[in-house]
Design a protein around this ligand. Structure first.
Ligand SMILES: Nc1nc2c(c(=O)[nH]1)N[C@H]1C(S)=C(S)[C@@H](COP(=O)(O)OP(=O)(O)OC[C@H]3O[C@@H](n4cnc5c(=O)[nH]c(N)nc54)[C@H](O)[C@@H]3O)O[C@H]1N2
Ligand SMILES: Nc1nc2c(c(=O)[nH]1)N[C@H]1C(S)=C(S)[C@@H](COP(=O)(O)OP(=O)(O)OC[C@H]3O[C@@H](n4cnc5c(=O)[nH]c(N)nc54)[C@H](O)[C@@H]3O)O[C@H]1N2
Ligand code: SF4
Ligand SMILES: [Mo]
Length: 700
């Protein structure tokens, strides 16, 4: 009997846990969290524990599917699918130009596949526009870091979690969103305080030492008032600021008018609370911020993230153990997509607008430099606007399900009607987006193929093949290979025989860049070392298991200094009023549900732990006033639409606010399409809605 031991990285969240599979004659006989792996040290959450089950679901798409004249999707061969793709997409691009088709990708496929897509779509097929679901998720953090540090570089390593003595979770429900990371707090032996800043009394807020129940969108004012307190009380580490920061005078002037008293109304916090927070932050030996979507998905997200960066810098809480303005990433490979997807930036954070960068990539790939677009891609929402105007006529969607997850999603379906060609590449034919596609390409999931992911602490981890994909489904890598051949550009990528060839190409693109990984020789080395964090340059080998950035106080900007950036507070895009008196917040509902539920929704064990039907969380006060009983059906309306959901009365919610989880289709018809002005990330965390008991006929 042939027995294999295979280690692979979980393909749900960005914590990056590793699992060990025992495979006997092609059957997985054991699946356990890896005790040796420095990230999870033998722990896992129920999603990862059941990672392989959804790969066996009945609704896997096992052959390419083409929509016929009668409107139904029918199986076709790969040969026909590739030809159909090439003929129709090429026809559109030839007739209407390089801006008439676009792709939308993901933070969920291995880095090598992202890199292939970015090269094939742009250099091979000649498209200019390609963005991904990381726009819905991490764009704000990426832009905030880039503007402040000169590069998109989350500075921390997970041990900072264990070394901090003042941990501030701002807009993060880590206990359910990053459960294994949260668990590592147990390893923090300091006399510590965990502060959670969230409008809701989430599980995380309740598990922490203090819950600062801030008003939605009160964060920027709060952080500016805290900054002002620190400056006014002389708590600035001036030496550090003088040597390593730019813009301190402007920062001090900007925050001068924000006092704990003046922000009371907008934050909903007493002046005392803000003042105490400032003092405690100053007194901590190692203070750290940990933020996620409560910040990123906001109309002023970038500047809010930078307000945390400013605070860490002026108090010297950066580049030391246990410190840092730390953005935890979302999807398994969000960091990979930020650095190596060739969408928002050229490989390794290079710039499409820079001739030298274009020449460098062209030389490494052995292609003519004119094949590389000299312009940046449009961001996601602009791509969709061009679909609406008819300028973009074809969309190719890979490993994301915007038909469920996009903000104000009903408009998306209207827009899709304008398309001449919609291609969806997914594991399942049942996703909301695949259901409206013209062509569906059957993909293998991570667990059925090879590659690497980069987790939240910049650790490159291995994705290994544990089982075979069903039917004719194949890895996204193999799909791209086939499409390249059919397009007539197979030769351009001939040197990429395996995903590891692409990995080695990426290491070369990174040489001399902040994310330099040119010292990594290949997959074996990553396996041997239990993952490797970037940077890992050649000629500078070390045995570090954990790497933290900015220990030398040198940032990636031209002058080596970190930029302290601020902005004026602007009103929320859709204020509440008499007709729509509630603020609708949205986000993760439980540890066992992932996004649009295409995978977790198929695991019997997970299904038991959350409500099957959509629900809305509402405060006891509001429920009583509206005469709504627990479990009763209610209608939630925004200016975009109405959804019927069950009321869940809970003191998690403050009066005037309601919460719906993103895992249900009922949520995104209601959300309001506002975007951060720098990152263009959608503001999923604010819409004005009305709630009332459902009309009787609706309940029947
Ligand atoms: N179980 C599970 N885990 C996941 C995922 C999943 O779908 N399910 N998805 C993964 C991905 S891609 C991501 S991006 C992460 C997201 O992880 P999180 O960011 O932790 O998840 P969210 O629930 O979207 O938002 C976090 C919190 O922001 C709060 N919030 C809303 N508005 C504000 C505000 O104005 N100020 C502040 N301070 N807080 C606010 C919400 O109340 C919520 O508790 O999770 C990852 N992990
Ligand atoms: N209201 C509201 N909406 C939100 C959010 C919110 O907080 N509130 N959060 C936003 C955030 S942070 C995110 S990240 C997005 C997530 O939104 P989506 O990306 O739309 O969500 P997923 O369900 O993860 O979709 C991934 C798809 O890829 C498929 N897939 C998985 N693995 C592979 C693979 O290897 N290859 C291929 N080809 N396909 C694969 C899955 O079956 C699934 O259909 O949602 C956003 N939407
Ligand atoms: S915490 Fe995240 S990476 Fe770890 S097992 Fe759970 S979903 Fe997977
Ligand atoms: Mo995300």
């Amino acid at each position: 009997m042939a027995t294999q031991t295979i280690r692979t990285t979980c393909s749900y969240c960005s914590v990056g846990c590793n699992f060990v599979a025992t495979v006997e004659d092609g059957t997985v006989t054991s699946w356990k969290p890896d005790k040796e792996y420095p990230v999870n040290q033998g722990r896992s959450c129920p999603k990862g524990f059941n990672l392989l089950e959804p790969f066996h679901a009945e609704d896997r798409v096992t052959t390419p599917l083409l929509r016929g004249d009668d409107g139904t999707l029918r199986p076709i061969s790969w040969d026909v699918a590739n030809k159909e793709f090439a003929t129709r997409l090429k026809g559109i691009l030839d007739t209407h130009g390089p801006e008439s088709a676009a792709f939308l990708s993901t933070g969920q496929i291995p880095m090598e596949e992202m890199a292939f897509l970015g090269a094939l779509g742009k250099f091979g097929m000649g498209m200019v526009h390609g963005d991904g679901n990381t726009r819905q998720c991490m764009a704000t953090a990426a832009v905030a870091y880039k503007q402040a540090f000169g590069f998109d570089a989350p500075p921390f390593t997970y041990t900072d979690f264990e070394e901090s003595d003042y941990l501030v979770f701002l807009g993060s429900n880590a206990m359910i969103s990053h459960p294994v990371l949260w668990n590592r707090l147990k390893g923090n032996k300091n006399e510590k305080k965990v502060v959670v800043v969230d409008p809701r009394a989430t599980k995380t807020a309740r598990a922490g030492d203090q819950h600062i129940q801030i008003n939605p969108k009160g964060d920027l004012s709060f952080l500016y008032a805290v900054t002002n307190e620190i400056i006014k009380n002389g708590w600035v580490l001036q030496e550090y600021v003088d040597a390593h920061a730019a813009g301190f005078e402007e920062l001090a002037a900007h925050v001068a008018s924000f006092t704990p008293e003046s922000v009371e109304e907008v934050t909903g916090l007493s002046a005392d609370m803000t003042r105490t927070f400032a003092r405690e932050f100053h007194e901590a030996k190692a203070a750290s911020f940990w933020w996620t979507m409560g910040v990123n998905q906001s109309h002023q997200g970038v500047r809010t993230a930078q307000a945390m960066i400013n605070l860490c810098v002026i108090t010297g809480n950066i580049g030391r153990p246990g410190t840092g303005p730390n953005s935890i990433t979302g999807q398994a490979n969000a960091m990979g997509s930020r650095l190596f997807s060739n969408t928002t930036s050229l490989y390794a954070g290079m710039d499409f607008l820079k001739e030298t960068d274009r020449e460098r990539v062209a030389a490494l790939l052995g292609i003519d430099v004119t094949r590389i677009p000299q312009q940046n891609s449009l961001p996601y929402h602009k791509i969709l606007e061009r679909v609406e105007s008819g300028d973009i006529k074809a969309l190719w969607i890979i490993a994301t399900n915007p038909g469920h997850s996009w903000i104000d999603r009903d408009t998306l379906y209207e827009r899709f009607k304008n398309l001449d060609f919609l291609v969806v590449q997914d594991l399942y034919h049942t996703t909301e987006t695949a259901q409206v596609a013209d062509l569906v390409l059957p993909a293998a999931g991570s667990g059925e193929k090879y590659g690497t992911f980069i987790n939240s602490e910049r650790r490159i981890g291995i994705v290994d093949k544990v089982i075979d994909p069903p039917g004719e489904a194949k890895s996204d890598f193999d799909i791209f290979k086939g499409l390249a051949e059919a397009w007539g550009v197979g030769d351009m990528f001939a040197q990429w025989e395996t995903t590891e060839d692409i990995f080695r190409f990426l290491t070369r693109t990174s040489e001399g860049r902040p994310c330099d990984i040119s010292g990594i020789t290949g997959y074996e080395m990553i396996k041997e070392r239990g993952g490797i964090q970037w940077p890992y340059p050649a000629n500078n080998p070390d045995d570090l298991v954990h790497r933290r950035l900015f220990e030398d106080g040198k940032f990636f900007t031209a002058d080596g200094k970190v930029n302290l950036l601020t902005t004026d507070i602007v009103p929320v895009p859709e204020p509440t009023d008499a007709a729509y008196p509630f603020v609708l917040l949205t986000g993760r509902g439980s540890t066992v549900q992932f996004h649009t539920q295409t995978r977790t929704g198929k695991v019997a064990m997970l299904l038991k732990s959350y409500p099957a039907e959509a629900y809305i969380e509402i405060s006891p006060d509001d429920a009583e006033r509206l005469e709504i009983a627990d479990g009763e059906m209610v209608e939630v309306s925004s200016r975009r639409g109405t959804s019927r959901v069950a009321a869940q009365i809970t003191d998690v919610m403050a009066p005037g606010q309601v919460f719906m989880s993103m895992h249900y289709m009922e949520t995104n018809p209601l959300t309001f399409p506002a975007f951060d002005p720098y990152s263009f990330e959608p503001n999923y965390k604010w819409a004005a809605v009305q709630v009332r008991p459902a009309a009787q006929e609706a309940i029947r």
